[in-house]
Every structure is written in C-alpha cells, then in structure tokens.
Design a binder for this molecule. Structure first.
Ligand code: DOR
Length: 439
C-alpha cells in the first residue's frame, strides 16, 4: 500500500503483547501499525472500521500448509488457498515442498515465490524439501523458513528414511530442519500385516503411535548430536509429548494441529476418509496429553497441515484414498471456541497461532499488535456461534472435516499489510501479500 494510506480500527477489544486486553483504537499507515491507544482522535484515516464488540488479534501465521501449486492445481492453488486464508484470519503461511515439481532446488523455490507474488492475497514463505542428494541446495537456498524432511509417509524423492542420509543433512549447515516424523519401515511392515482391510480406521493402527515415536526419537538424537535447530511438525502422540517433556533441548520446537487436539479415531465412524491424514488421528487420551503439553509449553505452537484433496479422491476405498484435510479456514475459530470452552485462554491461542510461530521461524515484525509491527490483523466475533458449512468453504477442495461444528471466533475482517483482504464474507481479490523474510 502507499505510505500515505491509513486505516483506523475504532473501539476494538485489542490484545496487547503482554496478553492483556484494552478497548481501544489501532492506527495503521503504510502497512505498519503506528499507534495503539484507548482513543486516537487526531487521525484523518483513509479508511475506518467501527469494531465495537469485536476482538482484534494479530493475524494467524500458519506454519504448515500444502497449497498444491505448481502441479496439483486441481486440488488447490495459491489463489484459492490464499482466499481461504483470508477467510480464516491467516495472514501469512509457510508452504511445504510436495508440489510438482518438488520444491527441492533454488529454481523451484524462485518459481513458487514468483507465482505467489502474482496471485497470493496473504504473505508467503516456502520450505525447501530434502531429497537424498540435494545437500548443496538445502544449505544455500534463500529465502526459506527451513528444510522439510519427510522421514515417512511419503514416496519418491522426498522420502528420506535412512539414518545415514538424515545424518548428512543434520551435519551440514545450520538452518532449521522441520521433520514429518513417522517410521517408514514400520509403516511398510504394518501395511502388509493389515492388507485387505478397507475400513479407514485401520489407518491409525498401520501408522501407529510407535511409528511416530520412533522417528521423533531419531530426529531428536541427530539434532542433539549436531546441536541442530529442529522442529517437529504435527506432533500427534502422547508418547512424543512425554518424550519432549523429559528431554527438549532449547533449540527444538514442536507443533500440533487443531485436528490432533480435537478429533480422534472416533471420527472415522462419522466422516470416514475425511478423517484420514498423516500422521493419523489418535485416541482421546492422546488429545488430552497433547493439550496439556501445549498448555505447558512442551509444544510451542499450532499449524493446520492444510492438505486438500478432492471429494472424488476421498471417495475411493481405503487405502487408495489420499491422506490430508484442509485447515486454514477453521483453525482460528476452532482454537478460539476451545478457549471459550475453557481449554485454554484467548491470549494463549494468540501466542500459539501468531507470536510463537514468528519467534520460532525468525519472522521479523509479526505476531503482535504493537507500533512498528506489520499491520496483519484479524477482527473476530467472540459473541456469536455459527456452524462450519460446506457451502461456505473457499478452499478449492470444497469440504471441511469439521462441518456442522458450532464455532465462535469467526473472522469478521482480515487485514494484510494494512489492507482489508476479507470483510464479512467478501474477499478482496485485488490485495497481494508479500514474501516473508527469515532472520
Ligand atoms: O495427511 C497429510 N497429507 N500429511 C502430510 O504430511 C502430507 C499431506 C498431503 O500433502 O496431502
């Protein structure tokens, strides 16, 4: 936006960096927050929002999404996905490398950045994917939040499941390594044991807790050996949470998805393969242990693992059905509804979905409502409850695993770089986000 353009948000319930709320005004100019005060009366803004009754939060930074472009645009693309982000209050995202071609080189990364600059409504960053033979690119690629390693649940070039190869990656360079931690050898063996079973509930037994624990243990071992910055993606089991509770070096972080907190294996009975993802849904006991680990800081933040597939693909018979579910449109309301139900506080949700992510990935000037920070903001309504409806989904996949759930905290207005990108059901498709930078 031009440096002259300004936006005044009036009389919102504003969350401050210390987690306290004030009723006040927030002024943005040139894409930055310039003032937060109980009343800003001198300003003559270009645009004004009357936010009485609404709560103003920093925009969500979703650190694990699969947006399918290039190559799999029939499921999702950067335009549709970023419209879904705008609706969900997600103002920045970090996207994964399992597109076609894979994001395993500087040129593939540059291509994604160019595509995003052309069509993304929110801010963007892209991981570089590890193969067994792209060490040089892993060390040098820029800009990227880090290296993504699929230790399991992947086939082809992006699967890196041999300890000697993993060790090479941990031993070279210093940037963050984010792991999808599942033990592929164990999964392969259990796939054979359970072959012929078409009930999708078997998915959670094939890719069981032990498979996740084995891989997390290995990643932790290598990270400790090289003191290498490690992030454990979508942690799903009580066993992994207890492992980290006992032994979490200061350079290790972990995330959990709303679905691993709120859904469990009972979901297969109600939504069938729409509950199928990797790592799989677990038991109610796992849900509770993960919640406790999150509240205690053992798990650092929330990611959605937004992984859309078409209903046609999901309608096949297990195990031919792809794993994954969309998430960016519902993650914030799901977490805020949990807060209103007493599972945590709103300020914890804000930390887990904005500030802690910015800190972990070294994203400057994001995640707080404070002067000098980027004006990436979301106004949510914590007074009303509305169900998740399939017909309102903006993700190209056109479905959501939480359909029918009655949620509060739905975004009313989403602001990216001081520009209104979503307002009361309408997306402003003219807005473009920016490439994220990483310290
Ligand atoms: O369920 C999943 N689906 N987990 C992943 O890690 C990958 C994702 C996908 O890309 O579909």
């Amino acid at each position: 936006m031009s440096s002259a353009k300004s936006l005044l948000i009036r009389q919102a319930r504003v969350i401050l960096p210390n987690g306290e709320f004030i009723i006040g005004d927030v002024l943005t100019q040139g894409g930055k927050i310039v003032e937060v005060a109980s009343e800003i009366s001198y300003a003559t803004p270009t645009q004004e929002i009357d936010a009485q009754g609404l709560t103003l939060l920093p925009g969500v930074i979703d650190p694990q999404v699969h947006f399918r472009e290039p190559g799999l645009e029939y499921k999702e693309d950067l335009f549709t996905a970023s419209c879904a982000c705008a609706r969900g209050g997600v103002t920045s995202f970090l996207e994964m490398p399992n597109t076609r071609p894979l994001t395993t080189s500087q040129s593939a990364l540059d291509d994604k950045l160019q595509r995003a600059a052309n069509k993304c409504l929110v801010n963007y960053g892209f991981f570089i994917g590890a193969t067994g033979d792209n060490l040089t690119e892993l060390v040098s690629a820029q800009p990227t939040p880090g290296i993504k390693i699929f230790m399991g649940s992947m086939h082809g070039q992006l699967l890196v499941d041999q300890e000697t190869v993993l060790e090479q990656i941990f031993a070279h360079g210093s940037r963050l390594i984010a792991v999808h931690a599942e033990d592929q050898a164990r999964i392969n063996q259990r796939r054979q044991e359970f072959a012929g079973i078409h009930d999708p509930a078997i998915h959670s037994q094939i890719q069981d807790n032990q498979a996740a624990l084995n891989a997390t243990q290995l990643a932790l071992k290598l990270s400790k050996k090289y003191q290498r910055r490690l992030h454990i993606l979508h942690m799903s089991t009580a066993e992994e949470a207890e492992l980290l509770r006992e032994d979490k070096p200061s350079w290790v972080t972990a995330e959990v998805t709303p679905q691993h907190l709120l859904l469990n294996t009972s979901a297969y009975q109600t939504i069938g393969t729409l509950a199928q993802m990797n790592p799989p849904l677990r038991s109610p006991h796992d849900n509770e242990v993960l919640w406790q680990a999150l509240r205690d800081g053992v798990i650092d933040f929330i990611a959605t693992d937004h992984a859309p597939h078409t209903l046609e693909e999901k309608g096949q018979t297990y195990p031919n059905t792809p794993s994954g579910m969309p998430g960016v449109e519902t993650s914030l309301p799901l977490m805020l509804t949990s807060a209103m139900a007493g599972k945590c506080t709103v300020s914890q949700v804000v930390n887990w979905m904005s500030k802690a992510v910015a800190t972990a990935y070294g994203i400057p000037n994001k995640g707080e409502i404070t002067p000098g920070y980027d004006a990436d903001l979301v106004l949510v309504d914590l007074n009303t409850y509305k169900p998740v409806k399939r017909e309102e989904v903006l993700s190209k996949c056109g479905w959501n695993s939480f359909e029918g759930w009655n949620l509060t905290g739905w975004p009313v207005t989403t602001i990216v770089g001081g520009e209104i990108v979503y307002d009361q059901g309408k997306v402003n498709t003219e807005i473009r986000g920016q490439a994220l930078t990483f310290l």
